[in-house]
Structure formats: structure tokens, C-alpha cells
Design a protein around this ligand. Structure first.
Ligand SMILES: [Zn+2]
Length: 200
């Protein structure tokens, strides 16, 4: 691998290295946006549109897309299909920027080889229960942290910060939310440099 710059801290350095591996695998340059939908197939994940879910009552659908919409972002189902793929359902209200982070986390769980520690019932429908996988807390952090690093790599983020780019511009470039860029600035300890560049 090229001599990429890595963030400080063993844990974040490790997440960054995994993330660079995902990018290598996807054949995407470190400064270009990564499309997790392209990686989902390699991770044996089948992204199913919310409207394609059968057996959801009108009430359940209205609840999930209405008052409960902020409480779920998406997840993978526990039971694999006969061909081994797992279904991933994403909240259609959340928009592409947030959805990219949600799906990238699910891809990371698979690529990092995480095994669910338990299963959780997320919805009960007329035809049965929808079970989702739950991972250990450390695995959740690794999947989210690595997924975020894959979407917003440190070396490019650092360069953009040094160029004086705003978080909004960086978010738009990588097709992620501003919140994700802020998270990356903090965990990679670029926050102070960013704040210094944008203080008036
Ligand atoms: Zn997760």
C-alpha cells in the first residue's frame, strides 16, 4: 500500500487501515466519494426498498415512516436468503447522505467478520416478526468508525481542512452528512485545525 497518512491513536489508525482496504477493494481513489451501494453486493447484502416489504400493515408503515422515523435508520435481517444474501432495509425518509453511512456500517460489519451477539425483534407484523441482528458494543463502534473512515478518509479530509474547505463542502464532496464530517474531524483530531481555519 502507498504510504497513506494515518490519524493519531491506535484504534483510529486500525479503523483507517481497514477502511483503506475497503476502498482498495472497491477501486476508489482515497480522495473520491465511495458509493456503499456498490460495495453491498460484495458483502452479500441485498438492499430492499422499503416499499417492497410485504406484510407490513398500513399502520405499521405509517408508524415507521411517521413518528418512529427518527428512531431507525436501517439494518440487516437475521435470516439469510437461500443464496446466502442478507436483506438490508433502509429508512427511505433519511435521504442519501444519511443512508450512505447506515449502509456503509452494515457493509463494515460483514467485511470485518462480526458475528451478531443476539437477535432483536424490531417489528411484529400480521405475518410474523422481523428480527434484526445486534452486535457487541465494540463491534458497533468498529463498524461505524471504519465505515465513516471509508466514506471520509483521513488523508483527503486533512488536505481539505488545510485548504480551508468548509465541512459543508467536504460533506457534499463525499456525499455524507455534515454530522459525519464533524464526527470524522473530531475522532481524527483535525477539529482544532478546522476550527482555527474557520474562526473569524
Ligand atoms: Zn451496526
Amino acid at each position: 500500500m502507498t504510504d497513506y497518512q494515518l490519524p493519531p491513536g491506535d484504534k483510529w489508525r486500525q479503523f483507517e487501515l481497514y477502511a483503506l482496504g475497503f476502498r482498495d477493494f472497491a477501486g476508489v481513489r482515497p480522495d473520491m466519494p465511495l458509493d456503499p451501494f456498490r460495495l453491498a453486493g460484495f458483502a452479500n447484502l441485498l438492499v430492499v426498498h422499503f416499499d417492497q416489504i410485504k406484510g407490513l400493515s398500513a399502520e405499521a408503515r405509517a408508524h415507521l415512516l411517521g413518528e418512529a422515523s427518527e428512531k431507525w435508520s436501517g439494518g440487516a435481517c437475521s435470516l439469510p436468503l437461500p443464496d446466502g444474501r442478507r436483506i438490508v432495509i433502509l429508512n427511505p425518509n433519511h435521504g442519501r447522505m444519511r443512508t450512505n453511512a447506515t449502509l456503509m456500517e452494515e457493509v463494515s460489519h460483514v467485511f470485518l467478520g462480526h458475528q451478531p451477539s443476539r437477535l432483536k425483534v424490531v417489528a411484529e407484523t400480521a405475518t410474523g416478526q422481523t428480527i434484526s441482528r445486534e452486535y457487541r458494543k465494540a463491534d458497533e463502534e468498529a463498524a461505524y468508525g471504519t465505515g465513516a473512515a471509508a466514506l471520509v478518509p483521513f488523508s483527503a479530509l486533512r488536505r481539505f481542512v488545510l485548504e480551508g474547505q468548509t465541512a459543508a463542502r467536504i460533506a457534499k464532496h463525499f456525499r455524507v452528512s455534515r454530522e459525519l464530517v464533524s464526527y470524522r474531524l473530531k475522532v481524527t483530531r483535525l477539529w482544532q485545525a478546522y476550527r482555527a481555519a474557520h474562526s473569524e
